[in-house]
Ligand binder design. Structure first.
Ligand SMILES: [Zn+2]
Length: 337
């Protein structure tokens, strides 16, 4: 009995030391993480006022940092160090195909205490797919993250392009997976300028007073803006909250088998994401142009997803940055998300 009590005291001591140690490592003026919100994903709740008004889990002044479309070999580590300096915890909605290529980065994101969530296998617009094909895109993404991470993902999902057909929503509800839209859009894919990203975020935040913020950890403009932006947010009185799941995501055995084994070749073969970036970095475009085609999926020994051939052709990669300004995301023309 006495031994058990001693062990419990030691446990409590270790627990209390964790935040102190973390606090000591924060940079000066760090925004920190003010609280965790544990999300019960039973029944597939939806969050983010842009598409799902009414279910606001944030208090005034609170923000949630989210990063989509990674991991990215250079930019994800940069973003992780900035978050560390600020002791700020975030959620990463990763593309399965990229996660399989950069499994070391997937594990690193989790190791630093962030939430690892899913964003499909290859970033297809699910509205262009049949219900079965969309479900397969979602499930391959979930299995890929688990395979890369060596542990379950959070049952948190974001739709590519925020395109959320009813059949895919029904599937996610049946899988007890929460759907996350956004409140604030950094529009980081439209600009190379960190200043523009900072202005976009602060303007929307000041109008709404709180929100789930969308960034992309494949965008240099976000990597350039994040440190100063967190400093500005702290100065303006905002605080960062961290979303964590009550229960882990469960994978389906069939998709675990189909998703294969993590390797660098998987990400080089796919790169569906940069194809749609209006201002994708030049090196991403080169790879995207040279590596597209059905061989991408075959290279990973994944059977083609039913109806996947009906996916829309990639849009032109270089366009004037503001050409789609004002387009509705539901139009499927907007390629930003
Ligand atoms: Zn995306």
């Amino acid at each position: 009995m006495r031994t058990r009590m001693f062990a419990a005291m030691l446990g409590a001591l270790a627990w209390s030391l964790v935040p102190l140690e973390a606090a000591a490592q924060c940079g000066q003026g760090a925004i920190g993480t003010s609280r965790q919100i544990e999300i019960d994903t039973t029944g597939g709740p939806r969050f983010g006022q842009v598409q799902y008004p009414g279910n606001d889990i944030l208090r005034p002044g609170e923000v949630v940092l989210t990063f989509d479309d990674g991991p990215h070999k250079q930019l994800t580590p940069t973003i992780l160090s900035i978050l560390d300096q600020h002791c700020a915890k975030a959620t990463f909605f990763m593309v399965g195909q990229r996660a399989m290529g950069y499994s070391d980065l997937v594990r690193e994101v989790a190791r630093r205490g962030h939430t690892v969530a899913t964003h499909t296998w290859s970033h297809k617009n699910l509205k262009a797919l049949s219900a079965d094909a969309a479900a397969a895109e979602i499930e391959l993404g979930i299995s890929a993250i688990q395979k890369s991470l060596g542990a379950p993902a959070a049952p948190f999902f974001r739709f590519p392009y925020l395109s959320d057909p009813a059949h895919a929503q029904a599937h996610l509800r049946s899988r007890n997976t929460a759907m996350f839209s956004i409140d604030v859009d950094s529009h980081d894919f439209r600009t190379r300028s960190p200043t523009v990203v900072m202005r976009n975020v602060m303007k929307q935040l000041n109008a709404k007073g709180r929100g789930i913020i969308l960034f992309h950890d494949i965008q240099p403009s976000t990597a350039g803006a994040l440190g100063a932006l967190l400093t500005d947010m702290k100065a303006a009185g905002y605080s960062v909250v961290h979303l964590v799941p009550r229960r882990p995501q469960v994978t389906l055995a069939d998709f675990d088998r189909r998703v294969g084994t993590p390797s660098r070749g998987v990400v080089a073969a796919g790169l569906a994401v940069p194809q749609r970036s209006i201002v994708a970095p030049a090196w991403e475009q080169r790879v995207a142009v040279s590596q597209t085609g059905p061989s991408a999926i075959q290279a990973n020994r994944i059977a083609p997803v039913p109806s996947a051939a009906a996916a829309p052709a990639p849009p032109p990669v270089e366009r004037p940055a503001r050409v789609n300004q004002g387009d509705d995301w539901r139009s499927n023309v907007f390629r930003g998300w």
